[in-house]
Write a protein that binds this ligand. Structure first.
Ligand SMILES: NC(=O)c1ccc[n+]([C@@H]2O[C@H](COP(=O)([O-])OP(=O)(O)OC[C@H]3O[C@@H](n4cnc5c(N)ncnc54)[C@H](OP(=O)(O)O)[C@@H]3O)[C@@H](O)[C@H]2O)c1
Length: 278
């Protein structure tokens, strides 16, 4: 395995975040302590969880039991969709901290804008209050379209540090990425290998074979070279290690362009403008 350290992206408030992390969506609580422990052993120092994943307690335990210093592991969690009022958001943040067993979070995100059922602008004001309390190093959003963020920019004070969105070769999100960049917001790509779908793509497979890499490595490398933050999920140690081993090769421009050319604006997940509960 490579010993090259994972590069950091510096967020708009000066906080560094490892560009490659580990996601724990759909890892059931019984397996999470062991799975996150193995991910930390592989070398991951950035974990992406959420209240919705029902495994924050186990993520926290794995970090505590790892022997690593708390400040050496970057942990993100997310505010659930039914916590979109001011007091509810403050309580949700405290719940996440308590479940993780931490006294601060590295990054806290509004999970979805849920525009029809909640006032995400009011929720963002609660996020600002949490940030000013010093108990989170950075705040951001997830699944926000440019018009949702524009609304925040016009009515609130703190520019989100990140926008975490579905993003992979079949859903390249160019407009969202451009908007994020224009406003100094880092883009995080969820489902970076499209939950495995892109790994069977002939174009990805051809590049992988030529470079003696796996399709997952080629796809993750494409994200990194575009400057986005990724946290692939795998419960197998061998795949965790494969997904971490990305720093001793590069994709040449024609290969980058070939993968970008696979975009067909095809979502796996819900549309943020219509999703109201999950
Ligand atoms: N903000 C949001 O709304 C949102 C939504 C979805 C996800 N996320 C975040 O993004 C993270 C990643 O997304 P994701 O879990 O949906 O999908 P993903 O990382 O794109 O794909 C995970 C799937 O691919 C398989 N896989 C992983 N590495 C592989 C490899 N090297 N070769 C072959 N198969 C491989 C995994 O199976 P095995 O486990 O069996 O290896 C799993 O089935 C999540 O864990 C979560 O933290 C956020």
């Amino acid at each position: 395995m490579t010993t090259t350290p994972v590069p950091a992206i510096v967020l708009n408030n000066g906080v560094p975040i490892p560009q490659l992390g580990y996601g724990v969506f759909k890892i059931n609580p019984e397996e999470t302590v062991d799975t996150v422990r193995r991910a930390l052993q592989v070398g991951y120092r950035h974990i992406d969880t959420a209240e919705l994943y029902h495994n924050e307690t186990q993520v926290g335990r794995a970090v505590h039991e790892s022997g690593l210093a708390r400040e050496d592991v970057f942990v993100t969690s997310k505010l659930d969709n039914d916590s979109h009022a001011h007091q509810a958001a403050l309580a949700a943040f405290q719940r996440s901290l308590d479940d993780l067993g931490f006294d601060y979070l590295d990054l806290f995100l509004i999970h979805w804008p849920t525009p029809a059922v909640g006032d995400y602008v009011e929720t963002w004001r609660a996020m600002e209050e949490i940030y000013r309390s010093g108990r989170v190093k950075a705040i951001g959003v997830s699944n926000f379209q440019p018009h949702h963020i524009q609304n925040l920019l016009e009515h609130t004070e703190i520019v989100p540090a990140v926008n975490q969105v579905e993003l992979h070769p079949y859903f390249a999100q160019e407009k969202v990425r451009e908007f994020n960049t224009e406003h100094g917001i880092a883009t995080e790509a969820w489902s970076p290998i499209a939950q495995g779908r892109v790994l069977h793509d002939p174009a990805v497979q051809t590049i992988a074979e030529r470079l003696s890499r796996s399709p997952a490595q080629v796809t993750l490398r494409w994200h990194l070279q575009r400057g986005d933050i990724v946290f692939p999920k795998s419960t197998t140690t061998q795949r965790m290690a494969e997904n971490f081993d990305l720093f001793d090769f590069t994709l040449a421009e024609p290969d980058m362009a070939a993968i970008s050319g696979l975009n067909r604006d095809e979502r796996i997940g819900p549309d943020p403008d219509t999703l109201n509960h999950l």
